[in-house]
Design a protein around this ligand. Structure first.
Ligand code: SF4
Length: 177
């Protein structure tokens, strides 16, 4: 019998905070795409992000086929970092790998459609080629498909602050079915 508790226990051993969700409670909005297309310095550069991802509407339809999800958070104090963008790039990679390990674990436990939405844009390679060279690890971030993480974390009573180097969070979502 498969159990999300085993995945949660594993996540906590890896140092991740976990919050179990009904997939129907995940807010998906169109307006997030504006922030990607008009304002993100990485727009178009990473194959994990718009305009290279599935559309927000496709994701809405897919999300309806999931019942449960786990919000995953790893927090870092980056107040001593001189270059916070460089540090963010360095930190989100191991955080992503922990979360990806959970996706694999969930698959092995019987959640055949387990799918991770990763923290931040994919940075498995220095740059993306025309075609992804490691498609087996390519995952998209929640924001890339319109998930409003602020609304979601507010619903859970969590405080997500941007531009706060003392509390930088890598946030992922593991969809389970
Ligand atoms: S695996 Fe490499 S090529 Fe593929 S999206 Fe990630 S960084 Fe880009």
């Amino acid at each position: 019998m498969r159990s999300s508790q085993e995945i949660i226990d594993r996540a906590e051993k890896l140092g991740l905070e976990t919050y179990i969700l009904d997939a129907s409670d995940i807010p998906v909005e169109d307006r997030g795409r504006l922030k990607c297309a008009y304002g993100c310095r990485g727009y178009g550069k990473r194959l994990s992000c718009p305009p290279h991802t599935i559309s927000i509407n496709e994701f809405r339809r897919i999300l309806q086929e999931y019942s449960t999800a786990i919000l995953l958070i790893e927090e870092f104090d980056m107040s001593d970092e001189e270059d916070i963008l460089k540090a963010w790039s360095r930190l989100r990679k191991p955080s992503f790998h922990k979360m990806l390990e959970l996706e694999y674990e969930a698959f092995r436990k019987g959640f055949t459609y387990a799918q991770l939405l990763r923290p931040g844009a994919c940075n498995e390679c220095d740059t993306c080629a025309d075609k992804c060279i490691k498609p087996e690890v390519r995952r998209f971030p929640p924001e890339a498909v319109g998930i409003n993480l602020i609304k979601l974390t507010e619903k859970l009573g969590l405080d997500i602050r941007f531009c706060d180097p003392k509390h930088v969070k890598c946030v992922g979502i593991l969809l389970l079915e």
